[in-house]
Design a protein around this ligand. Structure first.
Ligand SMILES: Cc1cc2nc3c(=O)[nH]c(=O)nc-3n(C[C@H](O)[C@H](O)[C@H](O)COP(=O)(O)O)c2cc1C
Length: 250
């Protein structure tokens, strides 16, 4: 069995889609190939792979309640390519969105269902994930947690010659379990879809989200986006920058 993972995020690195691909790969057997879909230059390598694969997994963000336009353009090309070359693979989808409810990915899933019908492919199902940005942050926090543990071990060895600082280990395990809990809905449904994929079965559409109450999510999301605005220029380069008089804002 060979599975092609298509990363439909336009981000070059650290996209939430790449995180979900890494998780999905844990549960899929056989040969696995990952390709990015960002520009037209990415079309041909993906189309070439379609000849040899049993499953295609599209992993992509939700944009304005739908499929990002660069992915839609590719789907048009893939639809005729599959029909012309008589290709019949299973198509699965992992869609993630910034807001908390994974069910917001339903219109996107429907687009993929119609695409499969038109291209004569089998829609194997999908997982819609709410709070994708925040789940992606949990993987970064996990590595920060590991770095802190290593730092504490080094400090403990230098100060007291103790290679096993119990409190640091307990704190590391507590944090890791908390991060695992946030991800448990996604892990459950990706595991389920992986098992179905391995058997060549239809998984159906499932929706999940980061395991956080919405009121907590909103507070963290607000803090996160204020920090991102400051560091990525939205606040200073956008709101506070001098406006050019050549292009007055209407
Ligand atoms: C242009 C644009 C439109 C978006 N539209 C939505 C939306 O309609 N609903 C939503 O919940 N999130 C929306 N988002 C947030 C993305 O779905 C979210 O950031 C996602 O985690 C990005 O995934 P990626 O890192 O794999 O690219 C939008 C983001 C962008 C840049």
């Amino acid at each position: 069995m060979k599975t092609l993972f298509i990363n439909g995020s336009p981000k070059k690195k650290l996209s939430a889609s790449s995180y979900f691909i890494a998780l999905q790969k844990l549960f899929v057997k056989g040969q696995k190939v990952s390709l990015n879909l960002r520009t037209k230059a990415d079309y041909q390598p993906i189309l070439n792979e379609l000849h040899n694969v049993d499953n295609v997994v599209f992993c992509l963000p939700l944009y304005v309640d739908g499929v990002p336009s660069h992915v839609l353009r590719f789907m048009e090309v893939m639809e005729s390519y599959c029909s012309d070359n008589n290709l019949h693979c299973h198509v699965y989808v992992i869609a993630n969105n910034g807001f908390i409810e994974g069910r917001q990915n339903e219109p996107l899933m429907q687009v993929f269902e119609h695409f499969c019908t038109r291209a004569n492919l089998t829609f194997g199902g999908g997982v819609g994930v709410g709070g994708g940005v925040m789940l992606n942050v949990t993987r970064i926090l996990f590595f920060v947690d590991i770095a802190l543990l290593l730092l504490n071990i080094i400090l403990s060895v230098v100060h007291s010659g103790n290679f096993f600082p119990v409190e640091s280990w307990i704190s590391f395990i507590e944090n890791a379990l908390l991060l695992l809990f946030f991800n448990c809905g996604v892990l459950f449904y990706l595991c389920r879809m992986g098992m179905k994929m391995n058997k060549g079965e239809i998984a159906g559409k499932k929706y999940t989200r980061i395991m956080l109450p919405s009121f907590v999510f909103i507070i963290f999301a607000d803090i996160f986006f204020i920090i991102v605005s400051i560091f990525e220029g939205g606040l200073f380069r956008g709101w506070l920058s001098k406006k050019s008089l050549d292009h007055p804002i209407a």
